[in-house]
Design a protein around this ligand. Structure first.
Ligand code: NAD
Length: 288
């Protein structure tokens, strides 16, 4: 069995995903450093950790001493220098290739012991991010799912140059963080979005063509296919803008127009109906 040989995990970006990744790393016993360029985001992240760990104790899912120990393992850092000695960096900043490439180029010069450089991107090519470094063999995708403490999967994505030993250590780390890690290769959408997003897109086409109303369409997929949530409800949860963006990534990356976002999906995004986060998407959440 491969050991991960990791004791310190650095997370860059303390938003929805980075905050969750830092939390599970600390709970699993890793020294954890969270860096964000926005101090307000770091403060929010710290407050969320306090709230979620307190709730875990109240619900009897964790001992007070373990929650205190997990909190004590987390360092919140406004300077990226704090990440330099970590054994792995997991980057979870905005989904923008140029921002990620510049962070990886910088990390490449800062982290000189061959440490693992992982990205939580959901749609950008690992190979493209790795190409911004001189050491692409240590760059890998570590794709967590939202909400991180709840979702079991980490999709581990090999770039073109990723060293198999780095993949094995990354899988071992994800397992030590309490997740199930499954490998995939670096093609547009990896596995999860490659399979899920065209199905969601098809649900918009079916709605647009009047095959069924959204409640019925989702009900049919839930009861008939044993889905926990219908595809249109799931699209609202993910964000309709994110769904449309990922379809465009699939269309570009797989070089096929059949992956383009459904016109109705695009129209809702244009109208500002982005799903849960804007209060309305396919469904209306303004009263809930
Ligand atoms: P978010 O907007 O909640 O957080 C991003 C954080 O990155 C912000 O706090 C921002 O201040 C910080 N940041 C931006 N530029 C930075 C920089 N140069 N240096 C340091 N910090 C910087 O975003 P999120 O939803 O947590 O997504 C983060 C990543 O995870 C994206 O790549 C996204 O595609 C991926 N992802 C998201 C989900 C999801 O469901 N939200 C799921 C899987 C993967």
């Amino acid at each position: 069995m491969t050991t991960h040989n990791i004791s310190t995990v650095a997370v860059i970006g303390s938003g929805q995903m980075g905050g969750g990744i830092a939390q599970i790393a600390a709970v699993a016993g890793f020294e954890t450093i969270v860096h964000d360029s926005a101090s307000a985001a770091l403060e929010k992240c710290r407050a969320t950790h306090d709230k979620l760990l307190t709730r875990a104790v109240e619900k009897g899912r964790m001992e007070q001493a373990d929650a205190d120990a997990a909190k004590a393992r987390i360092t919140y850092a406004e300077a990226i220098d704090a990440c330099e000695e970590a054994d792995i960096v997991i980057e979870a900043v905005v989904e923008n290739a140029e921002v990620k490439r510049s962070i990886f180029a910088d990390l490449d010069t800062r982290m000189t012991r061959g440490q693992i450089l992982a990205t939580n991107t959901s749609s950008i090519s690992i190979t493209e991010i790795a190409a911004a470094t001189r050491t692409p063999e240590r760059v890998i995708g570590m794709h967590f799912f939202y909400p991180v403490p709840v979702m079991k999967l980490v999709e581990v994505i090999n770039g073109l140059a990723t060293d198999p030993a780095i993949t094995e250590r990354t899988i071992a780390l994800a397992e030590a963080m309490g997740k199930t890690a499954l490998p995939a290769n670096d093609r547009a959408g990896f596995v999860s979005n490659r399979v899920l997003m065209p199905m969601i897109n098809e649900a918009f086409y079916a709605w647009m063509e009047g095959v069924a109303e959204p409640e019925d369409l989702d009900g049919i997929m839930k009861l008939g296919c044993n889905f926990p949530m219908g595809p249109l409800r799931l699209a609202d949860f993910i964000g309709l803008d994110t769904c449309a963006h990922i379809m465009d990534v699939l269309a570009e990356g797989l070089n096929s127009e059949r992956y383009r976002p459904c016109p109705l999906l695009r129209q809702l995004v244009t109208a500002g109906r982005l799903g849960d986060k804007s209060g309305r998407g396919v469904f209306d959440y303004s009263k809930s």
